[in-house]
Design a protein around this ligand. Structure first.
Ligand SMILES: Nc1ncnc2c1ncn2[C@@H]1O[C@H](COP(=O)(O)OP(=O)(O)OP(=O)(O)O)[C@@H](O)[C@H]1O
Ligand SMILES: [Mg+2]
Ligand SMILES: [Zn+2]
Length: 319
């Protein structure tokens, strides 16, 4: 008979599974892997009595393991109400779905563990689909690169970037990759973003390059600028590729300043930037084409990035 489900049974179901897992763990620990588990404790008693002293411990361990294994089976058989269609094991089901399962009037066909695995797999696929839909260039940077990265040390630093420490403190709000063309800066960023989205650490990634940012003046005119900048402000991971190729008008400079302020200060969301220019002077010069005010904005942006992000020089070659 299927027992009526109560909230406490969420806990029960999990507790039973937990107990089974820990019993199985002790069986594994108690059973030497090369010895088959033999049936019952009582079968061992006469053997144990007549065994030479040096064999007694082993026989006792075997007996303990066998007893534990029986205990697991008994619990499984008496409590299991369904058989999982994926792992084929009996599982405990109390007549109503687990809060994480979709509502269903019938017994679910997957145990909680397999259901979670299936759900994780589906969500991972959805995230990666969205990743490639949002970023049409990702196919090029992820799947069309052959051979080794041109700067292996820098590449490793980028793909192993971490925003948080083990203790959950923010340790970095992003990376600024500087260096010559063709050193693998953009590729490394795509690989990092893909890894972070695949693992589920982050959900959204948006890459924009100078082509996108050079449309800012048009977007001001057709009034789509707000929506565009909001996407850049709110995506969890943002790559600004080739920032030095952007034509920086005063309006572009102020949009960029706002973007960096909102992401780094307000939302505390990371930014990844690639640049060919290496020095602060060259960076500020990108902004100073039009007027002195923009140059000041450029300097403020540079200082903010220095404060929040890690700079990586892709020109340096390890010797
Ligand atoms: N991780 C990698 N594995 C294999 N090949 C790579 C890798 N990274 C880069 N390459 C090779 O180097 C080329 C240039 O890489 P990428 O476009 O990432 O450089 P970049 O530093 O961003 O250049 P630019 O400053 O011109 O944008 C790629 O087309 C590829 O041939
Ligand atoms: Mg590039
Ligand atoms: Zn299962």
């Amino acid at each position: 008979m299927i027992k009526r489900w109560t909230p406490a049974d969420y806990v029960n179901a999990e507790a039973v599974e937990h107990r089974l897992a820990s019993i199985e763990q002790s069986i594994k620990a108690a059973t030497p892997t090369d010895q088959p588990v033999t049936p019952a404790l009582r079968d061992y008693s006469p053997r144990w009595l007549h065994a030479p002293a040096e064999d007694r411990q082993r026989l006792l361990d075997e007996a303990k393991a066998a007893a534990l294994k029986r205990q697991v089976e008994v619990i499984r058989q008496t409590r299991a109400t369904s058989t999982c269609s994926a792992c084929k094991r009996g599982f405990v089901f109390y007549g109503q779905p687990h809060p994480e399962c979709p509502p269903t009037p019938t017994t679910p066909s997957l145990c909680l563990k397999c259901y979670r695995e299936e759900k994780d797999r589906r969500e991972r696929e959805e995230r990666l689909d969205e990743f490639s839909e949002t970023n049409p260039l990702s196919h090029h940077y992820l799947h069309e690169q052959e051979g080794a990265p041109p700067r292996p040390a820098q590449y490793d630093t980028v793909v192993n970037w971490k925003g948080w420490s083990e203790d959950g403190d923010r340790i970095s709000l992003g990376l600024v990759l500087v260096g010559d063309s063709f050193t693998g800066k953009t590729t490394a960023c795509y690989h990092l973003a893909h890894k972070l989205v695949e693992s589920g650490e982050y959900y959204s990634f948006l890459a924009v390059n100078s082509g996108h940012l050079n449309t800012i003046p048009e977007k001001v005119l057709d009034r789509s600028i707000g929506e565009f900048m909001e996407r850049l402000q709110t995506t969890e991971l943002l790559l600004i590729d080739d920032l030095d190729k952007v034509r920086i008008t005063p309006r572009v400079a102020s949009e960029l300043w706002t973007l960096f302020e909102v992401r780094l200060r307000e939302h505390r969301l990371p930014i990844f930037i690639t640049l060919n220019t290496r020095t602060k002077r060259d960076f500020v010069r990108l902004f100073s084409g039009r007027d002195a005010d923009s140059a000041k904005v450029g300097e403020s942006i540079y200082n903010r990035l220095r404060q929040a992000c890690q700079f990586i020089d892709f020109d340096m070659v390890a010797t």
